[in-house]
Design a protein around this ligand. Structure first.
Ligand SMILES: Cc1cc2nc3c(=O)[nH]c(=O)nc-3n(C[C@H](O)[C@H](O)[C@H](O)COP(=O)(O)OP(=O)(O)OC[C@H]3O[C@@H](n4cnc5c(N)ncnc54)[C@H](O)[C@@H]3O)c2cc1C
Length: 311
């Protein structure tokens, strides 16, 4: 029995859910809606913005060893203990974003938009493979924040979007960051301006995203331009963003949020910090996946900048 007071409870837990709907949005995106009574305890106060969750996936045909207690409770350091488990019981953890959440006929639901990357013969992609095969009724395990949590969320399930007092913003991402950028700009109030660049594989991947803000949304589909991955995104940022004007010592003139393949995020960081002069400690640069490398890690790869020596 868990006798720890509510305030001391680790604010992230395992939620048992089931797929309630599957919707192919476009050539790349498949929206999976999860539901289940456990979700009554899931979430954050206010908009979910770029709230990340983890999907815990079994090795096909094998039983998953769940991290933490049988009731879903986790503890600080659970991820490192999970990493020490042997396969096939350990399974896989992949990071995803809550695209939207709602209550339907008294039941909580969350949408997760999977960018299905191409299947490479002989290589598994546990999350994309799982999403391709998902049908209503299939059960799943999600690691995410508990709504009643009194403490700040740890890195594996938190919100990174934090523009402080900046009202001019730059959002730049590839298909894996489309759910996060879509969710952020839908929540932005009218006094925000700037640009959101979303590079996607196919023109069918362009989505309707409404915003009360003045942020200009530009979709960059690769296929009509026959562009290579990251070419359009890098060009768009390089040609659009100029040095922001500084208006005071504590003022953040431009806040950048970047989520993309790790090498792309690194190039964007280099440009925005070295050429444009953004403060890397204020903005958010994150590798959402790594070319040729499986797994998104517990939290995405923070993009290093040895030349800037940030900790
Ligand atoms: C905080 C965070 C939030 C995220 N949110 C989302 C989200 O909402 N939706 C979403 O689709 N993704 C999201 N991602 C990215 C997702 O976690 C990765 O793409 C993940 O690696 C996919 O897992 P997989 O099992 O399908 O492939 P893996 O087993 O991780 O990779 C298998 C192979 O595919 C390659 N690969 C992985 N991802 C891609 C890709 N997107 N395109 C091309 N090749 C790829 C790898 O380099 C590797 O060679 C997020 C990542 C982070 C860190």
């Amino acid at each position: 029995m868990n006798t720890r007071p509510e305030a001391d409870r680790y604010p992230v837990r395992v939620f048992e859910v089931a797929v309630s709907r599957v919707q192919d949005l476009s050539a790349t995106f498949r929206r999976i809606t999860f539901t289940g009574p456990a979700l009554d305890r899931f979430g954050v106060e206010g908009p979910t913005l770029d709230l990340r969750i983890k999907l815990l996936l079994p090795v096909p045909g094998h039983t998953l060893s769940r991290p933490g207690a049988p009731d879903g409770t986790l503890y600080e350091g659970w991820y490192h203990d999970w990493l020490r488990l042997e396969q096939p019981g350990r399974g896989f953890i992949r990071s995803y974003t809550v695209r939207a959440g709602r209550t339907m006929a008294g039941a909580r639901e969350i949408d997760v938009d999977f960018a299905l990357h191409p299947h490479v013969e002989g290589k598994s992609s546990p999350a994309s493979d799982w999403a391709r095969a998902a049908v209503p009724g299939v059960s799943a395990l999600i690691i995410g924040p508990e709504v009643a949590a009194q403490t700040a969320l740890p890195s594996e399930a938190g919100i990174r979007w934090s523009p402080r007092n900046a009202r001019e913003v730059l959002l730049a991402g590839d298909e894996t960051a489309v759910p996060a950028i879509g969710s952020i700009i839908e929540a932005l109030p009218a006094d925000f301006t700037g640009h959101a660049f979303l590079e996607v594989p196919d023109s069918s991947d362009i989505q309707e995203v409404s915003t009360a803000s003045g942020v200009r949304v530009t979709w960059l589909p690769r296929n009509p331009a026959k562009a290579r991955r990251d070419e359009l995104l890098l060009d768009a940022v390089r040609h659009t963003v100029s040095a922001p004007g500084q208006t005071g010592p504590d003022v953040v003139p431009l806040y950048a949020w970047v989520g993309a393949e790790a090498g792309t995020a690194k190039m964007l960081r280099r440009h925005l910090v070295n050429e444009i002069g953004l403060d890397p400690k204020v903005s958010e640069f994150r590798g959402y996946w790594s070319l040729g490398k499986a797994g998104s890690g517990v939290n995405g790869t923070p993009v290093p900048a040895p030349e800037l020596c940030t900790s």
